[in-house]
Ligand binder design. Structure first.
Ligand code: SF4
Ligand code: SF4
Length: 366
């Protein structure tokens, strides 16, 4: 079990200049590799992440000591940035000559056509023949009907990356459980993303943490969420987007001393899930795909985070302070939204951002 933890490079630590902190990433990567873990996950659209991976890992460790996954961003392809151009740029940014794992990123209804139009499926198969891709897959944010159709149309894929966590298992916008069952029927190994739902399951309200402490004292909420995902049959890797050494240490220990969930622990998780579903929080995973296109420069995930802090902890002072800092940095207010819905088209969680911002504005813009 110990090698099933993957280092997600989407939420890397930053320095005071707001850039990825390469020395800190290097320390984390060193610890990760020294403890027997090997899998790194990056993507074309994770800002500067591929280059950080090159500097922290590729330049400092032998190629055979790690594996790397990266992803094509079909929605950023155009007449000049063809699949070939993007792929070669990624090899160069990562400093490698091949990818162990390569994925079509974030397949969902709005993005399928772009991948088809640019013939990306055949492109990846060709790269696999050339030895530049060892395993070909896709990450998925749609419903089980679409997943079934894709796997019927593309039996050639080697694996699928799915959003799986206990809070989304029966969520009818994410379909963790249903999509998991589709992959199992097609015998596709599964890479799990968002096992802690962008951090939401790692920072539970005190009364929910107490439910977990009651069955297994002294263990982090994140460790329960990771064990939930890693206990599922057919899961080949569980990605965790680690941002500091403490998270890394906690995750490494969880996988080094891996124990499947007990029945009591599953019952406690069920109780936490019910409480989370009853709370009026916004299930944003902070992927930030929505931010770049917003004409009003609203820091949507940060705004939602402020709101969630109020809903979870009932504390208004810190979230208002945090929100005030966002505005002072030049970001738009929640109430500035003009309803253009560019953000909604980019959101893999299918959130109704426009109406959510109205609700949030009523609380934060008062
Ligand atoms: S709908 Fe609102 S939040 Fe979304 S991109 Fe447009 S202005 Fe920004
Ligand atoms: S609102 Fe959606 S796209 Fe934006 S950060 Fe949250 S989950 Fe990602």
């Amino acid at each position: 079990m110990e090698n099933k933890l993957g280092f997600g490079l989407m939420r890397l630590p930053k320095n005071e200049a707001g850039e990825i902190d390469i020395p800190r990433v290097s320390e984390m990567a060193d610890a990760f590799l020294a403890r027997g873990f090997t899998y790194f996950d990056t993507a074309y659209v994770y800002a500067s992440s591929e280059v950080a991976f090159r500097e922290a890992v590729v330049r400092r460790h032998p190629r055979e000591s790690f594996t790397v996954a990266s992803k094509m961003a079909g929605w950023q392809l155009n007449d000049t940035r063809t699949p070939e151009v993007m792929f070669n740029e990624q090899l160069e940014r990562c400093g490698v000559t091949y990818f162990d794992y390569y994925l079509l990123h974030s397949l969902q209804p709005s993005r399928i056509a772009g991948y088809e139009k640019n013939d990306c499926w055949n492109f990846c198969l060709q790269k696999k023949k050339e030895g530049k891709i060892r395993n070909f897959g896709f990450s998925f944010h749609g419903d089980p009907v679409l997943l079934e159709q894709l796997l019927n149309d593309h039996p050639e894929v080697d694996f699928v990356q799915l959003q799986i966590n206990y809070a989304d298992w029966e969520n009818n916008a994410i379909w963790s459980g249903e999509n998991y069952r589709v992959c199992r029927r097609h015998n596709k190994p599964i890479v799990v993303m968002e096992p802690v739902k962008g951090g939401l399951l790692a920072n539970l309200a005190p009364e929910l943490q107490q439910k977990l402490d009651a069955v297994r004292p002294g263990k982090s909420a994140a460790s329960f969420a990771l064990r939930y995902a890693a206990s599922l049959e057919g899961v080949m890797m569980v990605l965790s987007g680690m941002s500091d050494a403490a998270q890394m240490e906690d995750n490494l220990r969880t996988f080094e001393q891996f124990e499947p969930l007990t029945d009591d622990e599953r019952r406690a998780i069920d109780e936490v899930t019910k409480a989370l579903l009853a709370a009026d929080t916004i299930p944003c995973t902070s992927c930030r795909y929505c931010v770049a296109g917003c004409p009003k420069h609203i820091a949507i995930p940060d705004v939602f985070k402020s709101y969630n802090m109020i809903q979870t902890y009932g504390d208004h002072s810190r979230p208002h302070l945090y929100y005030g800092e966002l505005l002072a940095q030049g970001n738009g207010r929640a109430g500035d939204c003009i309803g253009c819905r560019r953000c909604e088209a980019a959101c893999p969680q299918h959130l109704e951002i426009v109406s959510l911002l109205k609700k949030v504005s009523a609380v934060l813009d008062r």
